[in-house]
Design a protein around this ligand. Structure first.
Ligand SMILES: Nc1nc2c(ncn2[C@@H]2O[C@H](COP(=O)(O)OP(=O)(O)OP(=O)(O)O)[C@@H](O)[C@H]2O)c(=O)[nH]1
Ligand SMILES: [Mg+2]
Length: 464
């Protein structure tokens, strides 16, 4: 599969979520899209789609094989190449119910369309060069964005912001390669490029890649959310805290220690940051087999988390289990939450400070909600302090795939610098520069393997 190849078959899928809605859309794309839908379409004025204007809306009915009406529709016709996929695209706007949508889809399949795979419409847009790979990935990020900020980033990537930066760097490297090769092929006429000039270009690109890599943590967090683990000994109010943060009754709360066994996860938008908050089993020594697994999971989650909310019962003395947990939390990005303030405070800040000298401490009552606003402020402050920068309008690398490709490109350029410094022949330097250009091309899809492309689109929903 290479870009620019014509894909033969015509595909169709329901492009809107299944369920009841005002309208639902069946999307059809491919050479035969218009003629195929025409066979099922009747308009009251006897018009057909084939003779309709480009980008027109056409009112009528879709009929089944026996000539029975399936649904009243408005059909849009977008001819190649001015469509989402750059193929002929027909979108049938039906009533938004499962039966009409499925009826229309089945009719279109019956007439010769094939059911689209997940992401296949966007994949065709990529294969026909309307979008590059990073833009195609942005499509799914726009759909799945959890906060305004992650949405804004995805839109910027969809516009081609990332692609453009990558393309500039690639052009610099390819220009350099051309100069090196000219020097090798025509030593008398052109001569070797000066090593200093080559070095300047290589270092320039390396530095730009470095700047982009710095944003990768912010990018991952914006796309996937800040992995936040609520930990503490049993009964201190971890599940109550989760419920307070999500403003709902998500986790079971009882006065019985050891209530929570499994990990419960919710996404909360706090100050524009997406926090993926996980409530865990209370950490204590236990012989109960199920609880034991829960405790192990809690500890594993705490180890891998971006942020730890360490909860203690502020109304009672610290117990041994609290202290050993505080010791484990030390050095992590964390907030100490002293809960149950409504019952009065039994522990002073100085006591907590013995164990956690630098961790922010917030006193709250998960029961009354006292202290919630302060806790939320502290959570956001912790992320900003940790270098998560959401203020700038700079380019942000959001995907692990992009980060990996950029890292490989940077490593190749580092190698090119070393080769150059050792005074080795230019064709050896060229090998590394070519490698770097190829790694950069993986981000935009210019040099990417088919299996990678397939994996990326498999992550999409059907109809997109
Ligand atoms: N007075 C008071 N009681 C609270 C507060 N937070 C939680 N509780 C009570 O403490 C008990 C335990 O609360 P949970 O939220 O289930 O505690 P947990 O840490 O999730 O407990 P496990 O899941 O067993 O580890 C329940 O009876 C809650 O109603 C609080 O701020 N004030
Ligand atoms: Mg619990």
């Amino acid at each position: 599969m290479t870009r620019g190849n014509w894909v033969e078959d015509t595909i169709a899928a329901i492009a809107t979520p299944l369920g009841e809605g005002g309208i639902g859309i069946v999307r059809v794309s491919g050479t035969e899209a218009i003629s195929l839908v025409d066979q099922a379409f009747v308009s009251p004025k006897g018009r057909n789609l084939a003779s309709s204007r480009n980008w027109s809306l056409n009112y009528g009915w879709i009929l089944d094989g026996a000539g029975e009406k399936i649904d009243e529709v408005i059909v849009s016709v977008m001819r190649a190449p001015s469509s989402y996929t750059r193929e002929n695209v027909v979108e049938i706007n039906c009533h938004g119910g499962l039966i009409p949508l499925q009826g229309v889809l089945e009719r279109v399949l019956e007439l010769g369309a094939r059911l689209a795979e997940p992401g296949e419409f966007t994949k065709r847009a990529f294969l026909h060069g309307r979008l590059d790979l990073s833009q195609a990935e942005a499509v799914i990020d726009v759909i799945r964005a959890k906060t305004d900020r992650s949405h804004r980033l995805a839109v910027r990537q969809l516009e081609g912001g990332l692609s453009e930066a990558i393309r500039h760097m690639r052009q610099d490297l390819i220009g350099l390669l051309a100069a090196i090769e000219a020097g090798i092929d025509y030593p008398d006429e052109v001569g070797d490029i000066e090593p200093e000039a080559a070095m300047e270009i290589i270092e320039g690109v390396e530095q730009r890649i470095g700047e982009m890599l710095v944003t990768a943590d912010t990018g991952r967090i914006l796309r996937e959310g800040i992995d936040t683990a609520i930990v503490g000994r049993p009964n201190v109010g971890k599940s109550s805290l989760l419920n307070l943060l999500v403003r709902g009754n998500r986790a079971i709360v009882t006065e019985i220690p050891g209530t929570t066994r499994d990990v419960i996860e919710e996404i909360v938008n706090i100050g524009g940051f997406p926090f993926v908050v996980r409530d865990t089993a209370g950490i204590r020594h236990t012989e109960d087999v199920i609880e034991k697994i829960g405790v192990e999971r809690a500890i594993a989650l705490m180890e891998g988390a971006d942020l730890v909310l360490c909860v203690v019962d502020g109304s009672s003395r610290l117990e041994e289990e609290d202290v050993s947990l505080l010791e484990q939390v030390r050095g992590k990005t964390a907030v100490l939450v002293a809960n149950k303030s409504d019952l009065g405070l039994a522990v002073t800040e100085a006591e907590y400070r013995q164990w956690l000298p630098n961790t922010p401490i917030v006193t709250i009552s998960a029961l009354t909600g006292q202290g919630l606003a302060e806790l939320e402020e502290v959570l956001v402050a912790q992320m900003i302090q940790g270098g998560i920068d959401l203020t700038g309008d700079s380019l942000v690398v959001t995907r692990a795939r992009h980060k990996q490709a950029l890292k490989e490109a940077k490593a190749s350029l580092g190698e090119a610098c070393r080769t150059l410094n050792q005074g080795l022949p230019m064709d050896l330097v060229a090998v590394d520069i070519r490698g770097a250009a190829e790694s950069l091309g993986e981000v935009t899809g210019d040099t990417v393997r088919d299996e990678v492309i397939n994996r990326i689109f498999a992550d999409f929903c059907i109809g997109k």
